[in-house]
Design a protein around this ligand. Structure first.
Ligand SMILES: Nc1nc2c(ncn2[C@@H]2O[C@H](COP(=O)(O)OP(=O)(O)O)[C@@H](O)[C@H]2O)c(=O)[nH]1
Ligand SMILES: [Mg+2]
Ligand SMILES: [Zn+2]
Length: 366
């Protein structure tokens, strides 16, 4: 960690959303803090004035277990600082503003019969940089999937095309990506060039938190190192192993940037999987949604229905056939997920926070 003392809570991402919650707690002796590192079952927590190593209290652990939840990097918590810095405990989890999730099979030994569960892996990200190398890593369909995931997380996506020095058809690539990245900025950079990577800075200025998402080898750690000006994150050596996608970022950590803002290297999604409702697909496919307004049937699936404006757009060349294909593919994947859930993700999320908040230490100021 860089200098972690005497940073304002606001520089760590604190805002009125968390302040209001904290004030409604019975917070005698508790202080707000943010989880910046996770190691085994311990958490590194910054409070602005100092740094703590803490474990959740038994009560909190029990409560979180009961709703299939756990503390993750980026979370804001109410901390009991204890008598010394190593006996601190996390007493309460403040409700998240955004979360990045992956789907995970529930415990194998349970009776739930392979129900899919949402597993949060990073919380309270404001911005997510979707990093893709312009080498063998480049895949416009994957960028599209990442975009859906990020829109669903509550964070704002920014697409970063890295390794422009290895790319001979940058204009073509940019055009392709801008076509799918509706509503998200697209930056083309060489991660080793300071003048390039500083273009990322404005997106996570003071008090904002950004995560870098992308395949192993895309250049995420290089971006962080160039911004920092020293080798904080281990970068893979150039060798054949680069192509095998070996994993070098092993733990999740928030990094305070010298120019302000907070960055998180890969939150740890190796194989990207979607989490959300089937309806969420539409938000990543604005163009198809727009065309669908003109379909003859309101519930048109754009498969073989008569009077389908989306199919017509494919026939006329206005819409890429492949793009409609990935729309269908994503819908199917999400519908499958939904069937395996007992409730929708939204309902689970609401119920979860209802249970957590109900168990908050009560304020005596009524
Ligand atoms: N040519 C070139 N190589 C890069 C660039 N950015 C990263 N690399 C190389 O790509 C490899 C993977 O980079 P790394 O930052 O470890 O990727 P990560 O797995 O996403 O963190 C390393 O060998 C880097 O030196 C770039 O802009 N151009
Ligand atoms: Mg890395
Ligand atoms: Zn249609």
């Amino acid at each position: 960690m860089c200098a972690t003392e005497n940073i304002s809570l606001y520089s760590l991402g604190w805002n009125s959303h968390f302040q209001n919650q904290f004030e409604s707690l019975q917070s005698d002796g508790l202080i707000p803090g943010r989880i910046f590192r996770e190691e085994k079952s311990q958490y590194g927590i910054l409070t602005g004035e100092s740094e703590f190593i803490a474990k959740p209290s038994g009560k909190l652990r029990h409560l979180l277990n009961s709703v299939n939840e756990r503390l993750v990097v980026g979370d804001w918590v109410a901390l009991n600082p204890g008598s010394d810095q190593s006996s601190a405990t996390v007493e309460f989890l403040l409700q998240r503003k955004s979360s990045v999730s992956r789907k995970a099979a529930s415990g194998r030994k349970r009776k739930s019969g392979g129900q899919m569960l949402e597993q949060v892996i990073a919380a309270n990200m404001d911005v997510i940089f979707i990093v893709t190398g312009l080498d063998h890593d480049y895949n416009v369909r994957r960028i599209e999937r990442y975009l859906t995931l990020v829109w669903n997380s509550g964070a704002t996506p920014v697409v970063v095309l890295n390794k422009t020095d290895l790319c001979n058809d940058l204009d073509e690539r940019l055009e392709e990506v801008e076509e799918v990245a509706i509503g998200a900025p697209v930056l083309a950079i060489t991660a080793k060039e300071k003048k390039d990577v500083i273009r990322l800075q404005p997106y996570f200025a003071d008090g904002k938190t950004a995560a870098l998402l992308g395949s192993s080898g895309a250049g995420k750690s290089t971006i962080i190192n160039t911004l920092l000006g020293f080798e904080k994150q281990k970068v893979k050596e150039i060798s054949e192993s680069v192509h095998k996608g070996q994993h070098t970022t092993t733990h999740r950590e928030l990094i305070l940037m010298p120019e302000g803002g907070i960055l998180m290297d890969n939150p740890g999604m190796r194989e990207i999987q979607l989490w959300g409702d089937a309806d969420d697909v539409d938000s990543a496919f604005h163009d198809i949604e727009l065309l669908a307004n003109d379909c003859k049937f309101k519930d048109c699936a754009h498969e073989s229905e008569p009077g389908c404006a989306v199919k017509n757009a494919v026939d006329s060349g206005e819409l890429d056939d492949e793009r409609l294909g990935s729309f269908h593919k994503m819908k199917r994947e999400l519908e499958f997920l939904e069937q395996r859930q007992h409730k929708t993700a939204d309902a689970i999320e609401k119920e979860k926070w209802r249970v957590i908040m109900k168990n908050a230490p009560k304020s005596n100021k009524t």
